[in-house]
Design a protein around this ligand. Structure first.
Ligand SMILES: CC(C)(COP(=O)(O)OP(=O)(O)OC[C@H]1O[C@@H](n2cnc3c(N)ncnc32)[C@H](O)[C@@H]1OP(=O)(O)O)[C@@H](O)C(=O)NCCC(=O)NCCSC(=O)C[C@@](O)(CC(=O)O)C(=O)O
Ligand SMILES: [Mg+2]
Length: 288
């Protein structure tokens, strides 16, 4: 079980941000080669991200590279660099079909073989950024064992849907949020909610975090370090839930030692899903 609450975008052409962003302690960093990098900086961004990955500054923080889309002339060079540098996850933007993922997967396997990485080591995350992507999200989420998460990308999605962000309960994202989350859960992988663009609007950000958390999203894509602590605090479990989770795990361990199958705690049945949820709560508490 790995915590994926915060995934912070770092523009790949920004040498300063690349060199020190581990200090903010997000669960994952996403070095971006796509939309935060201008056409004239694509090559230098690729070079900077390669060196950042090679320097291994990020320790336990999960590393992700967002490559350019498979319809661009950049994606193969981006991928080659990222896999050779040892990135943990490749994020494919604007994913619409299983075929795109298959093409990416084949290419990754070839690079892994060429550079001596274990085949299957590099994981994939698909970003869903259009109506077509949302409609195909179940198949995309289940398309390869390399797929560890899918992310809804609100900016491009809303452009595709010919609408824009409202405030409050955000009905314009309702269907896509539910669909992408169901796709992730059906494939037993993680799900990331949309990035929130106004880095000074704490209230709006937290409102959106609450929606994502209550739906069941593992976390959000973030664009500013200020959003990390806010998100982690919002995902921290209440003390009473932590106390209960400790009791559940202790009771389950005790039952295992005694060779008991089903047990009860305070009159309630404890079965594997209850134990799994308790372990998730304890993991969240440990990192809050
Ligand atoms: C928004 C702003 C310019 C504001 O900058 P400002 O400089 O005014 O901020 P300040 O408050 O002054 O920063 C205080 C200190 O934090 C440092 N700092 C700030 N941000 C940092 C950061 N991200 N990483 C590390 N460090 C950071 C900064 O260097 C300074 O450090 P220092 O000088 O040492 O004090 C900046 O945040 C930023 O560039 N964000 C990332 C933007 C980005 O990546 N966009 C593309 C991804 S979305 C997309 O593509 C849409 C999507 O595809 C999404 C999907 O797919 O999900 C879809 O369709 O929805
Ligand atoms: Mg986008």
């Amino acid at each position: 079980m790995r915590l994926r609450r915060s995934m912070m975008f770092i523009p790949g052409a920004n040498a300063g941000m690349l060199s020190n962003s581990y200090i903010y302690k997000p669960d994952s960093v996403m070095f971006d080669l796509e939309d935060s990098v201008s056409l004239t900086e694509k090559d230098s961004a690729r070079f900077l991200v390669f060196n950042t990955l090679k320097e291994n500054l990020y320790g336990d923080i999960e590393t992700v590279v967002r490559i350019n889309g498979v319809e661009t002339p950049f994606w193969e060079d981006d991928l080659d660099m990222a896999v050779r540098a040892g990135v943990q996850i490749v994020r494919l933007p604007k994913t619409e079909t299983v075929e795109e993922v298959k093409e990416l997967e084949q290419r990754i396997a070839k690079i892994e073989k060429d550079c001596g990485r274990t085949i299957g080591d590099t994981k994939i995350m698909a970003a869903i950024e259009s109506a077509c992507g949302v409609v195909n999200s179940v198949a995309i989420a289940k398309s390869t064992p390399r797929m560890v998460a899918i992310a809804l990308a609100g900016f491009d999605y809303l452009v595709d849907m010919q609408t824009s962000r409202s405030s409050g309960s955000e009905p314009e994202l309702f269907y896509a949020r539910a669909a992408v989350l169901h796709a992730a859960r059906a494939a037993k992988i993680d799900a990331f909610d949309v990035a929130y663009g106004n880095v000074n609007d704490e209230e709006g950000f937290l409102r959106e975090v609450e929606i994502a958390k209550n739906l069941g999203y593992n976390g959000k894509s973030l664009i500013h370090p200020r959003q990390i602590e806010l998100l982690h605090k919002a995902y921290a479990p209440a003390q009473k839930d932590v106390d209960h989770a400790r009791k559940v795990v202790a009771a389950a361990e005790d039952a295992e030692k005694k060779g008991l199958g089903v047990i009860s705690l305070d009159g309630k049945m404890i079965d594997p899903p209850v134990v799994h949820e308790a372990q998730r709560v304890l993991l969240l508490a440990e990192h809050s």
